[in-house]
Ligand binder design. Sequence first.
Ligand SMILES: [Zn+2]
Length: 294
Amino acid sequence: MVRTRNFALIAAALLLVSGCGHTEKKQARTAGHRLSAGGKARAAQAPPQRPPAQRKIDCDRLKCVALTFDDGPGPYTNGLLDVLKKEGVRATFFIIGQNVHGFPSAVRREVMEGHEVGDHSWDHPQLTAMSPAAVKSQIQRTQDAITRASGGVKPTIMRPPYGATNKRVGQTIGMPLILWSVDTEDWRYLNTARDTRVGIKEPKPGGIILFHDIHKPSVKAIPAVIEGLKKRGFTFVTVSELFEGRQLTPGQTYSERMPPKPASPAPVTASPPPTGSPAGPQPSQSRPQQAEGH
Ligand SMILES: [Zn+2]
């Protein structure tokens, strides 16, 4: 990365007015607030960037799926971002705090291109074996690193390493804990053909797919996975988009978006109809895949 003295000076000036207090080279702009006069001058040549807004997607009606990538950022993250951009797909990245300093611009790019960033701990320990203070530190350091690198975006979801959690850890973390419904085991096999097959075949509507963007074979599989899932009629959403309209509780685990009502097998009972908008569109015209067991 090229650093010029001018850039450093401008960055330093911006940092002073923004109160960010961290030397993050030329990407020092904050998420677009509190621009000084100098900031405005700078904005004339390059408008301040903000992350695009979260979309409103009705995942009760559409076949939604959330691609998630763990343990980055790493050397393949930018290539993956290129693919996602080309395909118009938004994903979620569960970031390891200690990896951020090597690839801060990848984190910045993730948020600016509409992806979601989540906390995946500082260095991937088993949190259930740690003291609450140590767990807190794992989370806080990572939150800080991501917030700095992204220009002000602080994660609101967390994925515990290995999916290992308990009540105490959940309470300490204080964010919804996002697991997965499809474990591709990409890290185990490191096999693009297998990743592709599993990634296309296994997801169900409302699902969360686990990949790792630190593995080259996984990243290589993603164009075909996206193509295959599009053919199956899936809409790609971030984790927060997936759970839109659902109340997520801090400390609780979530591995998929469940159907709105327990899709009762047959209306034998005299239970009243769902209290949806009566004149609204029909809840679903899709095939009965949502009724599949989970
Ligand atoms: Zn992990």
